[in-house]
Write a protein that binds this ligand. Structure first.
Ligand code: NAD
Ligand code: ZN
Length: 359
């Protein structure tokens, strides 16, 4: 069976596109209890963008600090419960921020119509009903969360997405001006998430012409942004990065991620390390699995004067390494894609523990 994916319904792209959010939102105001829920990265509190949020007096604008931890099931349930108790069901949820805010917005949209805790729905196609209208406005580019059909949440047991076709945004607003303020290190790590998506999607058994076409476009854009004569954080490169992120996301949607993401999930779940930097921490040591990709990645590191953490494993107990390896090896679809259908004869828990010892 081939995957049957749903895409984002509407996309507006271009400098200044954020100013179109107002009319887009107003088209929805007749739905549900006639108010909007804006979920906004706390970074924008007090910044010019706060003033530009097209909220009416009865709308909710909730700022969220995404730095303490990646989105959790508890956080999503809490937002849904408090909004329902005070105002009812919004006409739309609008997430303005990076992968964290966009995933919270996607998940909250689904939880307004699906009863109980989001913990119940962590997995593939467990959601029972479509969510409410949801709009994504990325302010940092790389994860591809703006186009993906998953909302990654950390729950009491697992870090796993609410994954189904209703998770996908109804509308996205891609305005490269919004990513200009991203600090350089985060700009690099998030862009490398795109790069790694494309390498992992390409170097595995589920690779196909569809995923390769998107992946190659995104890889070329990453090369211009991080290696070219005009490399660096410029408006021209921000225009490109926003498109690369989207295409990298589509590439992996039609294929799969691999060992880097399998290890990264272990780091995030057990140590709370952030997704994009975790990928970079793992990728640098996986030259035997992704020779061409890691060589080019190392060039990008040098060119952009990035110093990645190394020798972390020295500080980890055997227990921590085992816990991370257990999270990682359960992501069977990633190992299957990267190594092949006979992966279980080649990769054991000890193999994965050894990979963590490299970091
Ligand atoms: P993020 O949303 O976690 O934000 C990273 C940092 O950048 C934060 O400190 C934030 O405040 C800051 N920031 C965001 N925009 C800014 C701006 N314009 N100026 C200054 N600072 C800004 O970043 P992310 O890396 O995009 O997202 C990571 C999350 O995405 C993780 O929770 C991960 O699990 C998830 N993820 C989801 C998918 C998916 O398909 N749904 C894919 C990959 C990762
Ligand atoms: Zn990723």
């Amino acid at each position: 069976m081939h995957k049957n994916f749903k895409g984002v319904e509407k996309t507006v792209y271009g400098r200044g596109a954020f100013s179109q959010l107002g009319p887009i939102v107003e088209e929805r105001r007749g739905e549900n209890d006639h108010f909007m829920l804006f979920l906004v990265d706390n970074y924008f509190k007090g910044k010019d963008l706060e003033r530009r949020i097209p909220a009416q007096p009865d709308d909710i604008v909730q700022f969220i600090d995404v730095d303490p931890e990646e989105p959790t099931t508890k956080q999503v349930d809490g937002i849904r419960d408090s909004v329902m108790a005070s105002m009812g069901i919004p006409s739309a949820v609008i997430g303005i921020g990076g992968g964290s805010i966009m995933d919270i917005a996607k998940a909250v949209s689904l939880m307004f119509t699906n009863e109980g805790s989001s913990v119940k729905y962590q997995g593939l196609n467990l959601i029972k009903k479509p969510g409410i209208y949801h709009i994504g406005v990325p302010t940092i580019s790389g994860t591809g969360a703006e186009v993906s059909m998953t909302a990654v949440l950390t729950g009491p047991e697992k870090k796993l997405g609410l994954k189904c076709e209703w998770t996908v945004f109804n509308q996205i607003v891609l305005d490269p001006e919004l990513i200009a303020s991203v600090p350089r290190d985060k700009w690099f790590y998030a862009g490398m998430d795109t790069y790694i998506h494309c390498i992992e999607s390409r170097d595995g058994i589920l690779n196909n012409a569809y995923s390769t076409a998107y992946g190659n476009q995104a890889l070329d854009l990453c090369r211009e942004i991080y290696l070219g004569d005009k490399a660096g954080q410029t408006p021209e490169n921000d225009d490109k990065l926003m498109v690369a992120s989207l295409m990298g996301g589509l590439s992996l949607t039609y294929s799969e991620v691999g060992i880097v993401h399998a290890l990264s999930y272990g780091l995030s779940k057990i140590l709370g390390s952030k997704h994009c930097i975790s990928n970079c921490i793992a990728f640098q040591h996986l030259g035997d699995y992704y020779p061409q990709g890691v060589a080019e990645f190392n060039e990008m590191i040098r060119k952009n004067n990035i110093v990645l953490p190394r020798n972390l494993a020295k500080g980890w107990s055997e227990e921590t390494i085992t816990a991370m390896a257990n999270v990682s090896i359960k992501l069977e679809h990633m190992w299957n894609h990267a190594i092949g259908t006979d992966w279980k004869s080649k990769v054991t828990l000890d193999t994965v523990k050894d990979l963590f010892r490299r970091l």
